[in-house]
Design a protein around this ligand. Structure first.
Ligand SMILES: O=C[C@H](O)[C@H](O)[C@H](O)COP(=O)(O)O
Length: 231
């Protein structure tokens, strides 16, 4: 079993939660991509759903798969969002944003009655923080925002450096919303809620990748099978 085949298994299990007529949030990343492809197969076989994408990349995938798309303006209330994650803890709090889509992902998840996270077992952790926490910031005032973000992490009991995310070519990575990302290398986040509150209070921070209280169900695929965890 490769990590990619585990991701596909988790994505396939998430299809069991989809009902005809649902308004679906479509996540971003390599795991969510499998879900979009598999959902597209069902749609082409007659399933009637409507999707709202969490990134331009997912919009392109969903269109190619034949999934009817809407926007949050037209469809502000969704039934279910299915998305990947960079880390998931036993209370189903999660880190997201490794692909830079955290802002739209959080808006879409918050507009959904329910959120399912799909992942291979490497994403399951006892404590969040091994994966650097993405923090989306406006380009204006980057230097003071970065200092304030590092201070917020230290005050929340998890000091660590905030690195500006760059492309392979060395340019600042720009999100679909036109913002930058600071990746906070914290190692361990002992109090995610406290950190979330402190980061949200920093001027210049648009959103952070801590998803707390949003995930209803996690589908985790491992070598020994699939696990479905509920919050
Ligand atoms: O910004 C990207 C998203 O939060 C992804 O869902 C997350 O990074 C997990 O991606 P993957 O399924 O590729 O590991």
């Amino acid at each position: 079993m490769t990590p990619d085949s585990l991701k596909r298994e988790a994505a396939a299990r998430a299809l069991d939660f989809v009902r005809p007529g649902m308004r679906l949030g479509l996540g971003t990343g390599s795991t969510a991509k499998h879900f979009v492809a598999l959902l597209g197969e069902r749609v082409r076989a007659g399933l009637d759903v409507i999707g709202v994408s969490t990134s331009e990349a997912t919009r392109a995938d969903a269109e190619a798969a034949g999934i009817r798309l809407s926007t949050l303006e037209e469809t502000p209330v969704l039934d279910l969002t299915v998305d990947g994650a960079d880390e998931i803890a036993p209370d189903l709090s999660a880190i997201k944003g490794g692909g830079g889509a955290l802002l739209r992902e959080k808006i879409v998840a918050s507009a959904s009655a329910s959120m399912i996270v799909i992942a291979d077992e490497s994403k399951w952790v006892e404590t969040l923080g091994r994966f650097p926490l993405p923090v989306e910031v406006v380009p204006f005032g980057l230097a003071p925002t970065r200092i304030a973000v590092e201070a917020a992490a230290a005050a929340a009991g998890c000091p660590g450096p905030a690195e500006l995310r760059r492309t392979r070519e060395g340019h600042a990575f720009v999100t679909d919303g036109g913002h930058f990302i600071l990746d906070l290398a914290l190692g361990r986040i002992p109090q995610p809620r406290v950190l979330a509150e402190r980061l949200a209070a920093v001027p210049g921070v648009v959103e952070h990748g801590l998803f707390i209280g949003l995930v209803r169900t996690a589908i985790i695929a491992g070598a020994s099978g699939l696990r479905v965890e509920n919050a």
